[in-house]
Design a protein around this ligand. Sequence first.
Ligand SMILES: C[S@@+](CC[C@H](N)C(=O)[O-])C[C@H]1O[C@@H](n2cnc3c(N)ncnc32)[C@H](O)[C@@H]1O
Length: 208
Amino acid sequence: MTHQPGLPAYDDPRRFPPRVWQAVELSRANRFPLACIPEVGRLLQICARGAGRICELGTAYGVGSAWIDSGMRSGAILVTVEHDPARASAAAELFADSPAIEVLSGDWSLALDRGPFSLLFSDSGIKRAAGDPEKLLPLLDPGGLIVLDDFTPGYGQDDPARTVWFENRNYRAIEVPLTLDASVILATKRAAAVRGGRRGSRSERERG
Ligand SMILES: C[S@@+](CC[C@H](N)C(=O)[O-])C[C@H]1O[C@@H](n2cnc3c(N)ncnc32)[C@H](O)[C@@H]1O
């Protein structure tokens, strides 16, 4: 498991959407390297295209939000939540001219009043521990997609940070490598999701 600082990978502004580059420069000016890597950004851009209501937990200086924004279709909205007031304020200023993007300052749980969403990028730390998948359930529509980054390929199937997703009856989950040393977990909320999702039977899991 790594927290790979994504910022060094942003090397040439011509390779990135202009607003992504602005967010990268804002992160650099504030010496905050923990932005999503470009490969995660491109995945978010693709996923955003098919989503109507989108949420990000952990805005930082807006790099992930800007990637989502670059893929959003007309009429889609993004709610992004940041705990650190200075980061939230800087990100709100970055997106001040985008009425479809709302930056909330405070704990991720503020998003509970705005859900459910069809796409969720959970990047505030709520993603690896037992119980985290259940905390996020109310934020997702049935069939909604969640993107979880900062995984490292090759850990095997008995890593607790993965099994909380793979063995949870409320989600279908898969790990997708994006680079040699970075992978994401993608999970969709099953239609019959219930709180307290212990591992279901094999036939339950196969039915979806
Ligand atoms: C890895 S950074 C987010 C990077 C950003 N999503 C991107 O792709 O550029 C994690 C952020 O989550 C924020 N955070 C941590 N705990 C939080 C909480 N309980 N609620 C909201 N945000 C939180 C941190 O302040 C930090 O800015």
